[in-house]
Design a protein around this ligand. Structure first.
Ligand SMILES: [Zn+2]
Length: 883
């Protein structure tokens, strides 16, 4: 371990590298504990850099064996080396070659950064700063080079050898048990996109013809014996490639595209050029082991990593402050792909639920930061919902502001101008400013200003003048380092709905042809003319901006929207808003009228009877009440998680009872016929059937238990089996424990399925769950070294179990603190991620706040913390400015 009382890196301090590297020739001789790397770097001074600067290469836990300059071994007097850096004090003033030999130990690399082993296979993860754990390098994204990689290994240990680009040579080493392969990537790339793999792997493949008629071989490598579980991922890859050609005119640019699934991985997946490396969770699927949600995630992540080939690889980031340039844009692209492949409104609702649960929470926490941060101590801690999800919302708003045709022209110009370069957010926005002739400097505030804007809207109807006026005000709360805020440019997609559902032909010159009004001042208003009756406004259609909205609409008016709005997103939103009002009131001890709950239940029943079967996936979302975490966030201060839990449970019971016949009907009539298919329509029917089962169990525990047990026993696929088990989790007793035991028996050799079993138990909202989690840590299927296991058990407990993690006695917090300190010694990135589950600590009531603060302080006070964990702990504890 090493502790860096790390220097803070600042955007304003950016300067170009003093040296550039044009070519990298790597010779990697794989060995379990002593892998040798010889890196031959073709360097030259950067004309934009400082003259006379020394050459300092980054390193991290590497051991230097030899260094030579233009073929001459350097004496120790001419360089300075430590595990963290290699400095050549007097480098030549013209082009030169530096040859560096290092040795590393992949087996003991539990950080899973750089070169490491997973289930005996060798693999790499270099983003953000992992390449320096392989060899000394100018490990920054604006240093782009052409790589040739020779990989050598024992043939028995690693029959498959993969690198970036195209394979140009392979063979055996005469008279030895070793073999080698040489890979060449003609596209200059930053070191974070480097990858290599060596191991025993099974393979599925198909060929793909690009739009210009080039043949590409697509291949997915998995653990031998699991090849048939990669078919869906391969199909998703082919659909992604076709979609990027159609939607963005982007074609693939190498002869092969390889994906390798590994079981030990810190993130979801990594877009290394031509050689994506995936967490196996996002590749492997069969109807018996994966749920509909797993299939949808695989499709989205395969697409995301593939789309990076243009948005990230061909055009990369100048520095890590520009991370949103590749991530926000690529998330937007994968969301559009999934929306085209599935139901657009259903997908939009899912995106917004994630955004609110993760990004809005982050924005209201001590970890709030702009989409483009201006400083960091540890870049690994900025792979956040803000950079990814809010970054995607900014691209979506840009498209709404300029329209789809200009958006596509701007994207084309961006790719054309920036291809092969390391770009900035300014370069991106300039492309759209240039094709439209618009000034986007006000809009650019979205990248710089943290916090979720709050928009308050008030409507006034004037019957005599036949006008309807909407008054808007906006404000953004203070966030760390940003006590005061400027108004944002907020696109408000809106329309008016008549109370009887008829169309309203009202006009306002402030609303454009797409129905969008741009609120770019602190307050503004717009007036519709020709309005004959008091309408209900439908605002932020399709969630046109990542803001919180405060409406002066009554519950009754919102339920008009649920019934009549032409915008599906706002129909769902209307029901959620009414439910949230009631739940937040109940959770804070305020009285609410019984009739209010009854009105919501009646409206939901009417919706189900008339509309639910038109789009069952949508109906399942309408039936799902805001989560306990959502309610906590809505309340915002002095939160009592137990009260929230009780309020939500009670409301689910009331709604379930009011709708019991319809729910039974759905649960019985939507049964699957024929073989399982993961397509969106079939998944939607399963979603509504399983949501119905869950509400039935809330209404009538005995009936729910009978139905859930029966479904658990007879289910023909993992989606239905897991849904039944999930419903049983809400019903304490022998049936639940018996089902858990059966599940464990059936899937104990399936780590990814066992993860689901860990997660469900970690989420049980009862006393005793913490003890259960501790017991499960002793299960032979659990390992502290594997991020998927740790996240499924401990991460789920901390992030998804509001009541038990936030126990009033503080034992949930103490447990997590102990785990974070333990994991930090193995894998700092994973530890830091777990620690972010304290994001909501400041909104808790006093007792919990005190316990959380002391747990956080205990972490912060521990000597020898990783930079990852000390950064999150310090920021979580910092006093917020202006609050
Ligand atoms: Zn990405």
């Amino acid at each position: 371990m090493r502790t860096d009382i790390a220097q803070t890196v600042r955007l304003e301090d950016y300067r170009p590298s003093d040296f550039l590297i044009d070519r990298v020739d790597l010779d990697v001789r794989l060995h379990p504990t002593a892998t040798r790397i010889t890196a031959t770097l073709s360097l030259r001074p950067n004309p934009k850099g400082r003259a006379d600067a020394p050459l300092t290469l980054d390193g991290d836990e590497v051991s230097l064996k030899a260094v030579a300059l233009d073929g001459r071994a350097l004496p120790e007097s001419e360089f300075e080396a430590s595990p963290q850096s290699l400095t050549i004090t007097q480098p030549p003033r013209g082009p030169f070659t530096l040859t560096i030999e290092t040795e590393i130990d992949p087996t003991s690399n539990t950080k899973l950064m750089g070169l490491y082993r997973s289930s005996g296979n060798y693999c790499t993860q270099c983003e953000a700063e992992g390449f320096r754990r392989i060899t000394y390098f100018l490990d920054r994204p604006d240093v782009m080079a052409v790589y040739t990689t020779r990989i050598e290994a024992e043939r028995d240990e690693a029959p498959v050898l993969l690198g970036n680009g195209n394979r140009v040579e392979a063979g055996s080493l005469e008279g030895t048990s070793r073999h080698y392969a040489v890979w060449h990537d003609p596209h200059p790339k930053p070191s974070y996109l480097f990858a290599l793999v060596g191991g025993r792997l099974g393979r599925v493949a198909k060929s793909f013809t690009t739009m210009s008629g080039r043949e590409v071989e697509l291949a997915i490598y998995v653990e031998p014996g699991k090849e048939n579980r990669a078919d869906y991922a391969l199909d998703a890859l082919e659909r992604s490639m076709r979609w990027d050609e159609r939607a963005f005119g982007r074609e693939y640019d190498l002869d092969v595209f390889n994906i390798v699934a590994v079981s030990d991985f810190n993130m979801g997946a990594m877009e290394n050029k031509g050689l994506n490396i995936f967490n196996d969770k996002y590749v492997l699927a069969s109807p018996e082991t994966a749920t509909d949600a797993d299939y949808a995630n695989i499709e989205a992540i395969i697409a995301h990593e593939y789309f990076h080939n243009w948005s990230g690889n061909r055009v990369t980031c100048r520095d890590w402050f520009q991370l949103c340039l590749k991530e926000g844009l690529t998330v937007f692209r994968d969301q559009e792909f999934s929306s085209d492949e599935r139901s657009r409104p259903v997908h939009r609702i899912a995106e917004v639920k994630t955004l609110r649960a993760r990004q809005f929470l982050e924005d209201s926490s001590p970890l709030a930061h702009p989409v483009r941060p201006i400083q960091y101590r540890e870049i690994n801690n900025f792979y956040t919902a803000t950079v990814y999800e809010k970054g995607a919302e900014i691209v979506r708003m840009l498209k709404a502001l300029i329209g789809p045709a200009d958006f596509r022209r701007g994207m084309d110009l961006y790719y054309e101008r920036c291809d092969g370069t390391a770009a900035t957010v300014e370069d991106f926005l300039a492309a759209f400013a240039d094709v439209t002739g618009r000034d986007l400097s006000h809009f650019a505030r979205w990248y710089a200003q943290a916090g979720t804007p709050r928009v308050t809207v008030k409507g006034t109807f004037d019957a005599a003048a036949r006008t309807y006026r909407l008054d808007f005000t906006q404000e953004t709360p203070p966030t760390p380092g940003q006590p005061t805020k400027e108004p944002m440019a907020i696109p408000v997609a809106l329309g008016l709905v008549a109370r009887d559902g008829s169309a309203i032909e009202a006009v306002s010159d402030r609303v454009n042809a797409e129905g969008v009004f741009v609120l770019d001042k602190a307050s503004d208003s717009l007036t519709f003319t020709g309005v004959s009756a008091h309408p209900v406004p439908s605002l932020f259609r399709e969630f046109s901006a990542p803001v919180k909205t405060i409406l002066d609409l009554s519950n009754e008016e919102l339920l008009v929207l649920l019934r009549h709005d032409s915008d599906a997103f706002n129909r769902w939103q209307a029901a959620q808003t009414v439910a949230m009002r009631l739940l937040a009131a109940r959770s804070t001890g305020k009285a609410i009228a019984d009739s209010d709950v009854a009105d919501l239940a009646t409206a939901l029943r009417a919706f189900m009877e008339t509309d639910a079967l038109g789009d069952p996936a949508f109906a399942a979302l309408v039936l799902t009440l805001p989560s306990e975490a959502d309610i906590a966030q809505d309340i915002g201060r002095d939160v009592e998680p137990d009260m929230i839990h009780r309020a939500r449970k009670e409301m689910r019971r009331r709604i379930g009872q009011a709708c019991i016949e319809t729910l039974r009907h759905f649960r019985d009539s939507l049964s699957a016929t024929g073989a399982y298919s993961p397509d969106a329509a079939s998944a939607g029917r399963r979603a509504l059937r399983n949501a119905s089962l869950d509400l039935l169990a809330a209404a009538d525990a005995a009936l729910g238990e009978t139905l859930a047990r029966e479904q658990f026993e007879t289910a023909g696929n993992m989606t239905d089996r897991l849904a039944a088990l999930s419903t049983l989790m809400t019903l304490p007793g022998d049936a639940r424990e018996a089902a858990l035991a059966r599940f464990e028996e059936s899937y104990r050799d399936e780590p990814l399925v066992l993860d689901k079993w860990f997660t469900l138990q970690a989420m049980i909202p009862e006393d005793g769950t913490l003890e259960r989690v501790k017991r499960l840590m002793e299960h032979p299927g659990f390992s502290m070294n594997n991020p998927n296991r740790v996240r499924s058990l401990i991460g789920s407990f901390a992030m998804l179990n509001q009541v038990q993690f936030n126990r009033q006695d503080g034992s949930g917090y103490d447990f997590l603190a102990d785990i974070v300190l333990r994991v930090d010694e193995l894998n700092p990135q994973l530890a830091a991620r777990l620690l972010t589950s304290f994001s909501s600590w400041r909104m808790m009531e006093t007792k919990r706040r005190t316990h959380a603060k002391s747990a956080l302080s205990r972490i912060a006070g521990k000597p020898n913390l990783s930079r990852d964990v000390s950064d999150i702990a310090a920021r979580s504890l910092a006093e917020q400015q202006g609050q």
